[in-house]
Design a protein around this ligand. Structure first.
Ligand SMILES: Nc1nc2c(ncn2[C@@H]2O[C@H](COP(=O)(O)OP(=O)(O)O)[C@@H](O)[C@H]2O)c(=O)[nH]1
Ligand SMILES: [Mg+2]
Ligand SMILES: [Zn+2]
Length: 292
């Protein structure tokens, strides 16, 4: 049997990449009985097709993580893309994506695209908000090709791009993987028609050895399945205070002698991300109240 990685799925078949070659296989019926669906990014064992039999996907190797929508397994990096304008950044979405990545033990990379559209000052307020996370921040313009090489060098393993429609995800892939020619769409058209230009989930090989997935966008990200005092575990800049606050189960919101709040108040940690954090805490509490 051979081993490979699922590159894409097409109507019951899977394209498996193995030592530079693609093998089209059908998944064994027993996966369905087990309630298992092969995913893009899955490492698998398979029997290649012969003159008389079709290729057969035999075994899915254990996943280190997976997202459900988009369905991708074994993700190393979540590259969150925003633009300073066109469209205006949705920081709630950015933070939720970061929480999702932390939960799944995926490395977060923040990409600020379209920097050709603004002055440096209007980038600073975005950067300042995320500097204390220690996530790598890339300032790029996929239009001008600025910052692309450095970004591309960093993308080892499997990377999933995420972010609002129109921020330039497909354009970035087209830049770092010339020849891909993914469809890109203008923001205005998309808003008018509400259509997606990126449909299929597919792993694309990068020149540097990594692989990347362009996604049609993440569906509703739920973060309300957490306990309020556990949300901090997914904020690298807050969790380090976990044992310094007066209360053991401090949520860093209204409790007295809170070290996080202290850091916010004296400007050592940025305020905007903290306000969104408090909003999420309220959302979680609200959800809990509705359970009774
Ligand atoms: N000015 C500018 N426009 C960009 C840049 N990157 C992408 N765009 C434009 O933004 C629009 C949306 O890009 P697209 O890649 O389809 O975004 P996606 O929905 O995130 O995949 C297209 O019209 C692109 O030409 C950039 O760096 N600068
Ligand atoms: Mg796209
Ligand atoms: Zn606290």
């Amino acid at each position: 049997m051979r081993e490979g990685i699922i590159q894409k799925g097409i109507g019951g078949f899977y394209d498996i990449l193995s030592q530079g070659e693609i093998f089209r296989c059908r998944a064994r019926g027993r996966f369905r009985k087990l309630g298992l669906t092969p995913m893009v990014g899955d490492y698998v064992r398979f029997i290649p097709e012969t003159e008389i039999t079709e290729g057969s996907l035999e075994e899915i190797l254990p996943r280190k993580n997976n997202l459900k929508r988009p369905p991708v397994a074994n993700i190393d990096n979540l590259a969150i893309v925003i633009a300073p304008t066109q469209p205006d950044p949705d920081f709630f979405l950015v933070d939720k994506l970061m929480i999702t990545a932390e939960k799944l033990n995926i490395k977060t990379i923040l990409i600020i695209n379209k920097i050709d559209l603004v002055e440096q000052e209007s980038l600073n307020y975005i950067i300042e908000d995320y500097l204390p996370t220690n996530y790598k921040i890339h300032l790029i313009s996929s239009k001008l090709g600025y910052g692309i090489e450095e970004l591309s060098n960093e993308l080892q393993g499997i990377t999933t791009l995420a972010g609002q429609s129109g921020v330039g995800k497909s354009s970035i892939i087209n830049r770092i993987h010339p020849g891909t020619n993914l469809k890109t769409g203008s923001v205005s058209k998309k808003l008018q028609q509400g259509r997606h230009t990126t449909r299929q989930v597919e792993l694309l090989s990068l020149p540097g050895g990594g692989m990347i997935v362009d996604t049609p966008g993440f569906s509703q990200i739920e973060i309300t399945d957490l306990e309020p005092e556990d949300l901090q575990d997914y904020y690298p800049e807050y969790v380090i205070f976990k044992h310094d606050c007066y209360f053991q189960r401090c949520t860093h919101t209204a409790e007295p002698y809170c070290k996080v709040r202290e850091a916010i108040e004296n400007g050592r940690l940025p305020k905007n991300r903290y306000e969104r954090y408090k909003y999420f805490i309220e959302e979680i509490k609200e959800k809990r109240r509705n359970l009774w």
